[in-house]
Design a binder for this molecule. Sequence first.
Ligand code: FMN
Length: 217
Amino acid sequence: MSISWLLRTLPAMSGELARFDTDRTPAEPRELFLRWFGEAVGAGVREPHLMSLATVDDQGLPDVRVLLLRDVDERGWHFATDRRSAKGRQLTARPDAALVFYWREQGRQVRVRGKAFDLGLAASAADFLGRSPSSRMASLSSAQSDVMSDKSDITLARQEAERLLAGNPDFVPESHAVYALAPVSVEFWQGDPASRRHPRLRYRRSAESWVKELLWP
Ligand SMILES: Cc1cc2nc3c(=O)[nH]c(=O)nc-3n(C[C@H](O)[C@H](O)[C@H](O)COP(=O)(O)O)c2cc1C
């Protein structure tokens, strides 16, 4: 079986999907995101807090990876990572970034674009110390995105991290960072395979307010 044939046999947007009335939406996108997020949890969407984060490297080449959403507030969409990682270095050089959520069980996609900024030491410490011991140990012992010269390096790094945490349980590595992506546009997309109209609503930041626009599917 060829891959192109296999791909054509696979369904997309199957099952009972959610609906989206674009005439009944709040003035700002965070409120709609929180509403949709609650609906995703209620609908049993698996891992609705996973999102893809796109950044741009110093050659202008886009990069993308999956992360966990850590919070959403007036500053933006938060994620935690190692500031020395590829994405951390990319964001330091160029904060332009984008996020996408896909909630398959509902046929929903949310896209967020803007600039990401570091929320500072207090936010990093609160995030790090709120983690389980195993998560702290894993993060402490990782030189995220560096080339690993030998597989055994990770075992040695774990032992060192274990020793460090045993002696100082409140230790927070400088490399742990929490970023907020401050949105300039947020788009809500609802799959509607029967009509193929796929309602799309984009909130665009304009001075102190948000402009809402419908987009062609
Ligand atoms: C389900 C899932 C959740 C993840 N959550 C995070 C996360 O919250 N933070 C993080 O730094 N990496 C997370 N990762 C790993 C990233 O996708 C990525 O491999 C790592 O951050 C290195 O990316 P970079 O080399 O582009 O910096 C997650 C991966 C998966 C598949």
